[in-house]
Design a protein around this ligand. Structure first.
Ligand code: ADP
Ligand code: MG
Length: 698
């Protein structure tokens, strides 16, 4: 079938092979279809003319009609500029050029009607517009006068003259050259049922909207389509899995679970913990394989839920494992679990990269024979040839990036996929969780154990350190410990390391009486662990570190967290770091240090941190501030996530709606055989081929 969108982009009139190469390299545009689906990132309203006296400093762009009164050349050398005094009878603005002066003066005439378009800015008591677009009114076409599309381009493209206007010309030319309309990608009944604009119309309106209402309709269609296929992909995949695998049944609540609950559990469970355990019970009795994400803020008590979930597996004759992201955390889990299970006859083993030789052999054997009933380890264990006799339950801690692919790997550990519980303290906003983990059920612990004092968070400017150090000294003298954290966005950034070294030097100079630890990502894991352990044992009082301490480390005696250059951290990261304190009975403090110069976004982040300790609130705010593309987890999810037009933060409602639409289709057509859905299943197959190696799973 002839598809006009498949034509290579170089054949679009005005493009040619050389520009085509750049379009492909910088924007990934290879064919006409790519170009037409390269949507504008915004639209500038050129549908109306303003008067100079209306300009109030809030308008990003402005369009005026009037005439040039006179030209003036000002400044010398690099400051040289050409100024045209322009009036529409209601006032005067200055049009300013810094480049191409000679050429410009001949180009425009005084006392001639022009339409001027640009960004107004106050300068020297007047309004000036730098490098405006200037047209003669009769030469402006309609498409240049309405909502004008603006396209993102790269720096290199701009230098070559391939700016937004050039892209607009290419899109225009591509439309003009279309011999037949682009074929509809959705079944006709679907387009009709959901009130979507047909594809050819939607494409045209998204580039050259006839009105704001039509633009919204075009955007709606593309957002709908984009989100719909992600949901279809997730739900279809969940369906296939459900058809293929049965879940282990855990009907017994036996001796171990009940014995632990009655005699070993050192505190009453919170209501939220009990609710989550009930949800897990229901899953494990359903015959479906459980895939549950457990979200609970730092310190909310996820570990004991994990432990009791594992005991449930043991009671039913299965083994269980608990995986942590680092060796330190795995070690801490072992300690906790052993302590809680003291007096119960359960073989628990720790398997990490540093367990070697005969010891490792013995553990592997125990796993294969079934005598090791609980395995605690790092995620790395999953990569290795570890096999279990009867693995029934796998708990993955501090990991919200445990995507489809990783779960698939886990399933190969035993004859039948175990139930999976993924735990994370980094809350994912509901809308994002639905998209990332659409096939995962979500449980939430939204209640902290009683008696916790919320961490107090303050913002300090970096020239006010002296009083801060006094405060830290008093806390340490009272027997507490403190962290000082430096940003290290990329572990290879030399200047960051220098910051850390300088900070360490400074702390040593300010606190000669204390012992100070230092940990960063360039250290060998064993060194790092040793230093962390020293701090955990209280042998050092201050820990100077990069974000390597972010995840899960538990030193309840630490009561102060100082975060240097706090402006360089994202919200979720700040919240994670703050979670390292406030784990004991003492009042804890988190101090965010920044310079005076802060962007408004940064100010907002710091403000949110000082106002709330609620991880969900913070995650929602983070999503709004940063957009989902930057959130951790989106890349690793294994799901195509380079959303072109939809925005999970803003389009939450639409997302929920299309999810229901997708669910109906998957439920009504479980074998994907209904001819009326043929187009949908074809598209889905293409998506799978492009993005994920689903063969691992299905
Ligand atoms: P996280 O959810 O961050 O992994 P943990 O499981 O490490 O939290 O729990 C934090 C602390 O709270 C631990 O010391 C744990 O023993 C304690 N804890 C957990 N549940 C309760 C509870 N219901 N009542 C009192 N303390 C609890
Ligand atoms: Mg934990």
């Amino acid at each position: 079938m002839y598809d006009p969108l498949a034509i290579q982009i170089q054949y679009v009139p005005g493009v040619g092979p050389k520009r085509a190469e750049v379009l492909e390299k910088d924007l990934g545009l290879r064919c006409v279809g790519d170009l037409l689906h390269y949507y504008p990132y915004k639209y500038i309203d050129r549908s109306r003319l303003y008067q100079i006296r209306e300009i109030d400093g809030t308008m990003p762009y402005i369009q005026l009609q009037g005439e040039i009164l006179s030209f003036e050349e000002l400044g010398e050398g690099r400051k040289q500029r050409l100024v045209a005094h322009f009036t529409d009878g209601t006032g005067v603005v200055d049009l300013v050029w810094f480049q191409g002066l000679r050429f410009l003066k001949g180009r425009y005439r005084v006392h001639t009607k022009y339409i001027v378009f640009g960004r107004p800015a106050p300068y020297g008591g007047r309004i000036s517009i730098a490098h405006p677009d200037i047209d003669e009114p009769e030469k402006l076409s309609l498409s240049q006068m309405g909502l004008v599309p603006a396209y993102n381009t790269s720096e290199r493209m701009k230098r070559m003259g391939l700016n937004s206007a050039a892209l607009q010309r290419f899109v225009s030319a591509a439309f003009a050259a279309l011999k037949v309309p682009p074929p509809e990608t959705l079944p006709p009944w679907f387009v009709e049922e959901h009130g979507l604009l047909p594809l050819p119309e939607a494409l045209r309106q998204i580039h050259f909207p006839a009105s704001p209402a039509q633009l919204r309709q075009a955007q709606y269609r593309f957002k709908f389509e984009e989100l719909f296929f992600i949901q279809l992909q997730i739900l279809r995949y969940a369906k296939e899995r459900g058809q293929k695998f049965r879940g282990f049944l855990f009907p017994r609540v036996g001796e171990l679970f009940n014995g632990f609950y009655a005699y070993h559990l050192p505190f009453p469970l919170t209501g939220a913990q009990m609710r989550v355990l009930r949800e897990i019970r229901r899953d494990t009795c359903s015959g479906r394989q459980m895939n549950r994400l457990l979200q609970g803020d730092v310190g909310s008590g996820k570990t004991v839920v994990a432990l009791m979930t594992m005991l449930l597996a043991l009671d039913n004759g299965y083994q269980a494992c608990l995986m942590a992201p680092t060796e330190i955390l795995a070690g801490q889990h072992l300690e906790t679990v052993q302590k809680m299970l003291q007096g119960m006859d359960i073989r628990v083993e720790l398997l990490t990269g540093s367990v070697r030789g005969r010891q490792r052999e013995a553990i592997l054997q125990g796993l294969a024979s079934g005598s090791v009933r609980i395995l605690i380890g790092t995620h790395a264990v999953l990569e290795e040839p570890v096999s279990f006799a009867r693995l029934g339950m796998a708990v993955i801690d501090e990991q919200h990036r445990f995507g489809v692919a990783q779960r698939a790997r886990l399933w190969q550990k035993s004859a039948q996929p175990p139930h999976v519980l993924v735990m994370t303290a980094t809350p994912i906003p509901r809308t994002l969780a639905m998209t990332l983990y659409g096939d995962l059920d979500v449980s939430i612990i939204d209640e902290l154990p009683p008696g916790r004092k919320p961490v107090q968070t303050q913002h300090r400017y970096d020239d006010r350190r002296a009083s801060l150090y006094q405060f830290l000294r008093r806390e340490i003298q009272a027997g507490r410990q403190g962290y000082v954290v430096y940003p290290l966005i990329q572990e290879s950034e030399k200047s960051d390391l220098k910051n850390l070294e300088q900070g360490y030097g400074q702390m040593c100079a300010v606190f000669p009486e204390f012992r100070i630890s230092k940990v960063h990502g360039r250290m060998k894991p064993a060194e790092k662990d040793a230093e962390m352990a020293r701090f955990a044992r209280g042998e050092t009082q201050i820990m100077v570190a990069t974000t390597v301490i972010e995840v899960g480390v538990n030193v309840p005696n630490a009561s102060v967290m100082i975060i240097e250059n706090a402006d360089r951290f994202g919200l979720s990261q700040l919240h994670q770091l703050r979670g390292r304190v406030g784990r004991g009975a003492e009042q804890s403090y988190c101090i965010l240090i920044t310079g005076y110069k802060l962007s408004s976004d940064t100010r907002r982040r710091i403000e949110i941190m000082t106002q709330t300790n609620d991880g969900f609130e913070i995650a929602e705010a983070d999503l709004k501030l940063r957009g989902p593309g930057d959130l951790e987890g989106t890349q690793q999810s294994g799901i195509a996530f380079d959303l072109k037009i939809a925005n999970v933060a803003r389009d939450g409602q639409l997302l929920q709606h299309v999810r229901e639409v997708a669910r109906r289709i998957v439920d009504d057509d479980p074998q994907a055989l209904n001819p009326r859905n043929a187009l949908l299943w074809q598209r889905l197959a293409l998506l799978r081929k492009d993005h994920v190696d689903w063969s691992v799973i299905s």
